[in-house]
Design a protein around this ligand. Sequence first.
Ligand SMILES: *Cc1c(COP(=O)(O)O)cnc(C)c1O
Length: 225
Amino acid sequence: MSEQEILDAAARREAVLAAMAKAAKLAGRESGNVALIAVSKTHEAAAIRPLIAAGQRVFGENRVQEAEVKWPGLRAEMPPIELHLVGQLQSNKAEDAVALFDAIHSVDRPSLVAALAKAMDKAGRRPDCFIQVNIGDEPQKGGCAITELPGLLAEARSATLPVVGLMCVPPIDVEPAPYFALLARIARDHGLAALSMGMSGDFETAVTLGATHVRVGTALFGTRG
Ligand SMILES: *Cc1c(COP(=O)(O)O)cnc(C)c1O
């Protein structure tokens, strides 16, 4: 890892943090209350190390298997890292996910709630959970329907999953603000404090509308191959 790589990673990170702080200030929020999750999917350890050296400690991956290849080694050689699963999770990977991740953003169906509850009991480890909501009601997207959220949340709570908030990925190529505002309102109605919303193209908008976690890949790592 060269000094130049660390300086470049630090510059990209500072630019994102400055934009987050500006958006928070605009909305009258404390910028320190928003977590930047660096989404490192598809990027190899060599591309991730400079960002860790630049001070980043919270990372996100979208596939359990890919994360299992990269992160145990990186964690062994670098300072403590908080790892978030931001992609869809198959129930048969629940045990692996609970073992590796500190937070899971994609809880979206009763079968997964049951698998995670069982895996957490077995492991004696309880990563924070976000329920993913299909906020634009798109058939191809993960997330529970808005109408299914109350039932799913009740199931998750009775299974003692530590549900901290909601997550969404709004439809692409349309203004995301109404979707972020809707997710924020639904979270408030259900007494949930955390909001995982906003990616490279729209994290500032998400921060102004209450995001507590933004998931940023491209703006930190460059475009994916
Ligand atoms: C890839 C991904 C991101 C990051 O996307 P960028 O546009 O590269 O910032 C955020 N959230 C989820 C769920 C993702 O899969």
